[in-house]
Design a protein around this ligand. Structure first.
Ligand code: E4P
Length: 217
């Protein structure tokens, strides 16, 4: 399972990278705005900085919602660095753009996916990644994890190579459940990733080992 961090915060990206387990980064316009990164030129520079910090794929979202606009923006983003994955919304023109980019060998991430049918279309369009937003489904009392299971089944039935990128991951259990269900990738906050480290028996066991070592010295 690949681990992506879902943030535009450079310090958190550095921290996750330092752990040695990071495979990439996802961003979106809201995450950019949260870090105060606004305006096309600043956003482009921010993507460049992120690409320098990590070795894996970096999702960069287009703002245009029409085919021509998405192609123009996506091609410019892809030209920044081979790590860039062009993120397109799950709308009609987004699917057309996804097909266009995949035919040109440009990596894509179809975002804002909330149903198995949408995920099927993304795979048909040759998406590199499909991003089902499990946390946002949970927010409206719908089972986000069930969507991951449905997409896994459909993709395996037909051998689609599109990778299931479980997005809108909110906490550590989401990561574990997505791993059990066979999601190829998860993207979440640093807090959810670091949550995987913790167990009280690890802490008490280590404290005991260190105390026993001191007794003999
Ligand atoms: C995915 O790429 C999105 O950036 C993200 O996972 C959305 O998460 P949220 O629902 O916590 O905003």
């Amino acid at each position: 399972m690949k681990f992506f961090i879902d943030t535009a915060n450079l310090e958190q990206i550095k921290e996750a990278q330092a752990l040695g387990i990071l495979d990439g980064v996802t961003t979106n316009p809201s995450l950019m705005a949260k870090e105060g990164v606004t305006g096309a030129a600043n956003i482009i520079n921010h993507y460049k900085e992120i690409c320098e910090l990590v070795e894996g794929d970096v999702s960069a979202e287009v703002i245009a919602t029409d085919f021509d606009g998405m192609v123009k923006e996506g091609e410019a983003l892809a030209a920044l660095n081979p790590q860039i994955v062009v993120k397109v919304p799950m709308i009609k023109d987004g699917i057309k753009a996804c097909k266009y980019f995949s035919s040109k060998g440009i990596k894509t991430n179809v975002t804002l996916v909330f149903s198995a049918g949408q995920a099927l279309l993304a795979a048909k369009a040759g998406a590199t990644y499909v991003s089902p937003f499990i946390g946002r489904l949970d927010d409206i009392s719908t089972d986000g994890l069930n969507l991951i299971a449905e997409i896994r089944l459909i993709y395996d039935n037909y051998g689609f190579e599109t990778q299931i990128l479980a997005a809108s991951v909110r906490h550590t259990m989401h990561i574990i459940d997505c791993a059990k269900l066979g999601a190829d990738v998860m993207t979440g906050p640093l807090s959810a990733i670091e949550g995987l480290l913790r167990h009280p028996l690890t802490d008490s066991g280590l404290a005991q080992f260190l105390a026993d070592y001191q007794k003999g010295n």
